[in-house]
Design a protein around this ligand. Structure first.
Ligand code: KIV
Ligand code: ZN
Length: 386
């Protein structure tokens, strides 16, 4: 079995479904380019049928962002799939991600469909998607609360119809790690042709278990993780990309798995997503929180000064985190700004410095404290824009 975990980022789709978040086209493109630099394998760019704005954003990401596979979400019906295919037309590598709910509660109350009708719709959807691209993902929404035998039957049928990735979501974040791992194993063993597809999981964080459940799924045969930067998403959010990836890296001896992520881009991506979505990262958030590498007590400070690894299991520099304690804010002048940039390794000519300074002042109006990481993101964006 492959030792490589496919990182499927859904910050622009499920992440954007966070209450209160709405990104414009330019912001989505900026995030998508950064996700490509981060090294994700798949970018789910949006849900093209959902709105003209979503369609436009998926089309633009498909046309402009090279490297990762670009995915578009579609319900299991003709209109959604044709719209997704149209939006993805310019992609280097396109994936249509089609889904339908399979749990009794969703089939009865939401879809008002019988299981056999759901199965037929799923198969037809995959067959249609297959006429547009070889890369087709099928998701059984609310899979964890579905009947296992029905799930295996539908998965077998959609793989026969051409699905290349099978996603088994815990849509409402109900599972616990041991239970979810066992469930994934049962589904894999109960689907005779599952070896022809990549098994994916998509965990929500309603009980704070999305990362733990995703890791447990990997131990039981899953090889694609659907996740978002900073763990943003519907309700309590999705599996956090940075936590999952760094758990795999830091505990390689436990999992024995690799990802394609360039860890030094993690902090920058986190800051960009937070700044553009307006969703603040809690200070004690693992990996990217302000306090994740801060040491408060005398004993800890003493230990870290003598040897960093006494209290740090990861090197912050690996995540692209630079440490300093100079605070820049809206009252800071151009001189302090230039000096700080120099310390961070940026020598800008007067024109570029002027533009970067204007962006800094705009940001400072919205954010009381500008960190070094904010400055790096801001200056690199300015340099790229030239
Ligand atoms: O949570 C979920 O089940 C989803 C699907 C569309 C994959 O977001
Ligand atoms: Zn979801």
């Amino acid at each position: 079995m492959s030792k490589r975990v496919v990182i499927f980022d859904t910050t622009l789709r499920d992440g954007e479904q966070s209450p209160g978040v709405s990104l414009n086209l330019q912001e989505k493109l900026e995030i998508a380019h950064q996700l490509a630099r981060l090294g994700v394998d798949v970018i789910e760019a949006g849900f093209p049928i959902a709105s003209p704005g979503d369609f436009e954003a998926v089309s633009a990401v498909a046309a402009q962002v090279k490297g990762p596979v670009i995915a578009g979400l579609a319900r299991a019906n003709r209109k959604d799939i044709e719209r997704a295919a149209e939006a993805l037309r310019a992609a280097e590598q396109a994936r249509i991600h089609t889904f339908i709910a399979t749990s009794p509660i969703h089939m009865r109350h939401k879809l008002r469909m019988e299981p056999d009708q759901v199965l037929e719709a799923a198969v037809e959807a995959v067959k249609l998607a297959k006429t547009f691209t070889a890369d087709v993902e099928f998701s059984a929404e609310d899979a964890f609360r579905s009947d296992v035998e029905f799930l295996c039957r539908i998965f077998k049928a959609v793989i026969d119809a051409g699905a290349t990735t099978i996603n088994i979501p815990d849509t409402v974040g109900y599972a616990t790690p041991q239970e979810y791992g066992a469930f994934i194993k049962t589904v894999i063993n109960g689907t005779p042709n599952m070896d022809r597809a990549t098994v994916s999981v998509h965990c929500h964080n309603d009980l704070g278990l999305a990362v733990a459940n995703s890791l447990s799924a990997l131990e039981n045969g899953a090889r694609q993780i659907e996740c978002t930067m900073n763990g943003i998403g519907e309700r309590a959010g999705n599996c956090s990309l940075e936590e999952l990836v760094m758990a795999l890296y830091t505990r390689k001896s436990v999992y024995g798995l690799d990802s394609s992520i360039n860890s030094t881009e993690i902090y920058r991506t986190s800051r960009l997503v937070s700044n553009l979505t307006g969703m603040l990262v809690q200070p004690n958030k693992a990996i990217v929180g302000k306090n994740a590498f801060a040491h408060e007590s005398g004993i800890h400070q003493d230990g870290v000064l003598k040897e960093r690894t006494t209290y740090e299991i990861m090197n912050p520099q690996m995540l692209g985190i630079f440490t300093n304690n100079i605070v820049l804010g809206k009252h800071s002048g151009r001189h302090a700004f230039r000096e700080r940039l120099k310390e961070l390794g940026f020598e800008l000519d007067d024109e570029k410095l002027g533009k970067a300074f204007a962006r800094f002042k705009n940001l400072a109006d919205r954010k009381s404290e500008i960190t070094d990481e904010d400055l790096v993101v801001l200056v690199e964006d300015e340099l790229r824009a030239v």
